[in-house]
Design a protein around this ligand. Structure first.
Ligand SMILES: NC(=O)C1=CN([C@@H]2O[C@H](COP(=O)(O)OP(=O)(O)OC[C@H]3O[C@@H](n4cnc5c(N)ncnc54)[C@H](OP(=O)(O)O)[C@@H]3O)[C@@H](O)[C@H]2O)C=CC1
Ligand SMILES: O=C([O-])CC(=O)C(=O)O
Length: 265
């Protein structure tokens, strides 16, 4: 089997984990980072990986492109990937709460025959939720609970004193679209669930900080003609970024494996 070549957009905590766990048969050939990180990333990765700051500077055709760059990274590079007819697997799904960006990415994919894969990221059950939607969904609720340190540097700091919490505290309730915009590094999952289910406005979101939490907990409750499901996922955060669950990185690794394997599970 010939080795396939991967492009990763962003080289932060999740991308490094994905790189570490890449399946045999897929090699990292290109990394796209902000200009200010080019020199340091080249030094880190050595000669085998081309470090770029624009997708257009890639002279060959990656077999797969994965976005691990956050919402600004998807907004900056998504169209360039899709309009070249490439497959782009994304985790910064919250960027799609911006209808304008969503429309531009769709159009770029249609124009260029590209494909955008919305990965399940830190949650599970998106297959079941999307199937349930075909029969009609009545309600979908998403609750996230993380340790205060996982909410540091986010909009949560405007809503609650994270350092003073002594018990689990709900600090935000709203829609998936708003949550994904207000918490771009923490609530992409809300948008993923909305995309698989009943949309950005109809999906209800509740966010909690709990000083006793050691995991990133995600709860989904969906009701519809199919029946009802509840999922609770207690994900281990990445040591290098407690905002991000390890499962989100593993969902990118899974997408990498699917690009190699003729059988998709
Ligand atoms: N769907 C899901 O379940 C989940 C989604 N996510 C999303 O994944 C993102 C990445 O997570 P993680 O790796 O832990 O975060 P990090 O902040 O560790 O890494 C993101 C990296 O991307 C870089 N970056 C920012 N803008 C661009 C750009 N325009 N082009 C290329 N690179 C860019 C950042 O640089 P700099 O630091 O200079 O900004 C940083 O190095 C999160 O921000 C979040 O949006 C995360 C967890 C779960
Ligand atoms: O990794 C997680 O637990 C979820 C997350 O950050 C996001 O949805 O953006």
């Amino acid at each position: 089997m010939t080795t396939k070549r991967l492009m990763i957009i962003g080289y932060g905590a999740m991308a490094r984990e994905v790189h570490r766990l890449l399946p045999a048969g897929l090699e990292l050939a290109w990394v796209v980072v902000p200009e200010a990180q080019v020199a340091a990333t080249r030094e880190l990765l050595g000669d085998g990986v081309e470090v770029l700051c624009r997708v257009a500077d890639c002279q060959a055709r990656p077999d797969l492109v994965v976005e691990c760059a956050g919402q600004p990274g998807l907004a900056e590079h998504g169209e360039a990937v899709l309009s070249r007819g490439l497959t782009l697997a994304i985790v910064a799904t919250g960027a799609l709460a911006d209808e304008g960006l969503y429309g531009r990415l769709r159009q770029a994919a249609e124009r260029g025959d590209g494909r955008m894969l919305v990965l399940s990221g830190a949650v599970a059950g998106m297959d079941g939720l999307a199937a349930a939607r075909e029969g009609g969904l009545d309600s979908v609720t998403y609750e996230a609970c993380k340790a205060p340190k996982s909410w540091k540097g986010s909009h949560a700091e405007q809503l609650v004193d994270l350092d003073a919490l002594t018990e689990a505290t709900v600090f935000y309730e709203g829609t998936a679209g708003e949550a994904a915009r207000l918490f771009p590094a923490n609530a992409n999952v809300a948008a993923t669930i909305a995309l698989a289910g009943i949309g950005m406005q109809a999906t209800t979101v509740r966010l909690t900080a709990d000083p006793a939490a050691t995991r990133n907990t995600h709860r989904i409750h969906a009701q519809g003609r199919f029946g009802e499901f509840r999922i609770e996922l207690n994900g281990r955060p990445l040591e290098s970024n407690p905002k991000t669950s390890m499962l989100a990185a593993l969902s990118v690794v899974r997408a990498c494996r699917q690009a190699l394997d003729p059988v998709t599970v």
